[in-house]
Design a binder for this molecule. Sequence first.
Ligand SMILES: [Zn+2]
Length: 424
Amino acid sequence: MKLFSRLLNIAVMLACVSFIVAAQSADATVKQLSDLPKIKQALDHLKVTEPETIAEQIKACEIPAPTFLEAKRGEWFKQRFIELGLKNVRVDKIGNVLGERPGKSNSTMLVLAAHLDTVFPEGTDVKVKREGREGSILKGPGIGDDCRGLAVILAVVRALNQAKIETDGTIIFVANVGEEGLGDLRGVRHLFNEELKGRATHFISVDGIGLDVTNTAVGVVRYRATFRGPGGHSYGAFGLPSPIHAMGRAIEKISRFEVPKQPKTTFNVGKIEGGTSVNSIAHTSWMEVDMRSVSAAELDKLEAQFKRAVQDSVDEENRTRPNASPIAVELKMVSQRPAGVQPADSPIVKTALAAGASLGFNPKLGAGSTDSNIPISLKIPAITIDGGGDGKGAHSLDEFFDTTNSHLGTQWALLIALGIVGVK
Ligand SMILES: [Zn+2]
């Protein structure tokens, strides 16, 4: 039976059939792909060389890369891309590292990306420690998010090369900057607005640990509101409007906002500061506010409501103290990530699910704010997938990565990528 299917596969290879997702169901495509000897070879290679993948994960992670300071880790990546034989290896204007593996046709251009940056500031100890039985647990800041994703994309290139797989479409491998926090997806934004504008047809970000798919892009908008007034002595200058009092009014209004449970929409005043002493009417105060929704329309509504609440609070405070110089507020948007959904029945999601099933697991679909937000908002098929393994503590100094069966993550990424670009 095995021999027969092997012969059949060779016949299929000789016929030089290329599989393209659109032509048939994702399940059938993935099934045909995973039966091809070369692909089996690549999958086996990934399993056997998982220790190598883990070694690269550690190596990448021990090069500090806070958001906006990713250059050193990027340089290491550029070197690896060159060593792995990728074409047109380059660092773009914003710091993304790109390397291409050209296909036989221009049918598709898949971007397979992982983010370089971490939430940890300069000076953080990024040494990775091995713990647990036979050192199967890796402990270190960023080890899962996203050193895992970075290692996975390198492993995929290695396996494609080792099994000499020629793809139909092109894969562009990217180690991108600016995913975290105030990086605000600047790396991927730049890819789609400039570097690869109008060229990329599909996008996959490998981000973090586990074996699930993020297909819902949670939209985020963040503001810093700065209130300013004349300020003065709490007793002597009593009667002046207070930036802190105005901000208090605003926070009270915001706390009473009503938002839908579905589509999930949230708000939070996360940070406040202001004033100089207990016996001074403050001359400044500020707050930072985070608003999110999976619905772009709900997020717009919430944002408008927030702006109104802030302005109304300033007006109220000024009205209460009519005979003094008024206070004013400045609103600055500090972060914005578009919302959207990659539908569960779209080929890219179905391919990810089928690839998982063929490897023996069933990925769950979920929501998050990731690099895929950008292409999803541009209607370019995109998902974010986990990089395999297990663990906890993303964005904390106690982050750890459990390597048990982590090769499934690299195998999964490879199969999905091939399901999208097709094999010659
Ligand atoms: Zn991440």
